[in-house]
Design a protein around this ligand. Structure first.
Ligand SMILES: N[C@@H](CCC(=O)N[C@@H](CS)C(=O)NCC(=O)O)C(=O)O
Length: 226
């Protein structure tokens, strides 16, 4: 039976891009289906009723059941197609990579909060974001091109992909500047390395279009009743 990979995602969405990049880095052909931004669409209610979020991956042969959550999908991709590994093979290095990937996914949420809040809540999210950046500067970013000593993009880079472009655009949308190259020189270098990787660069959304989309989306979120 022919192998079919289908990715359902939404535009300008970091979580969707993590998976697009993961598949591209592995060279896996896939069909991308762009869904509407709605946590009430029949598709999402049927295929990810627990979190009602994108991305969702389907892989056939069997059983073509939905696989949800970007980091879970990346682990699935890495186990299913072991070439060009996203995680190190050595158990200790693998554990360290998982630690930082989890940190990125959990603590990176403050960037989202900074984007869709105002006032005190936003101030708190900005502080948390700065604290996260300080930890990253001293933690997984080293002298090598990519995170955790990687020579190519791996799971930890994809987990932290909210910093290049997304945080940069969110800074412009909300009018703050956190990513100062003098305060975060190693992180700054990593951001350049990440965005210049040929496959990442080729599949990075247009920054200007992303700014307009995120600005309008934030205004819509702030205007809608909670
Ligand atoms: N933990 C999830 C988070 C994904 C997520 O929160 N996606 C949101 C957008 S940021 C979503 O799809 N919301 C429904 C929508 O906007 O249509 C993952 O990593 O895949």
């Amino acid at each position: 039976m022919e192998e079919v990979v289908k990715l359902h995602g939404i535009s300008y969405n970091l979580f969707t891009y993590r998976v697009i990049w993961g598949l591209k880095l592995k060279g896996i052909p896939f069909e991308y289906i762009e869904e509407e931004h709605s946590d009430k669409s029949p598709f999402i209610l049927q295929h990810n009723p627990v979190f009602k979020s994108f991305p969702v991956l389907f892989h056939r042969p069997p059983p073509a059941k939905p696989i949800c959550d970007s980091m879970v999908i990346l682990e699935y991709i890495d186990q299913t197609w072991p070439h060009n590994p996203l995680l190190p093979t050595h158990p200790y290095r693998r554990a360290v990579a998982r630690f930082w990937a989890k940190f990125a996914h959990d603590r990176g949420q403050c960037i989202g909060r900074m984007y869709y809040s105002t006032g005190e809540e936003q101030e708190k999210a900005i502080e948390e974001t700065l604290e996260m950046l300080r930890i990253v500067e001293e933690g997984p970013v080293g002298e090598e091109r990519f995170m955790c000593g990687g020579e190519t993009v791996g799971m930890v880079d994809l987990a932290f992909a909210v910093i290049p472009q997304w945080l940069e655009v969110i800074e412009d949308v909300v009018g703050v500047k956190l990513l100062d190259p003098n305060s975060f020189p190693r992180l700054h270098k990593w951001i350049q390395n990440f965005k210049q990787h040929p496959l990442i660069k080729q599949h990075l959304p247009d920054r200007n279009a992303m700014f307009h989309f995120l600005k309008a989306h934030r205004e819509m979120l702030l205007a809608s009743p909670t």
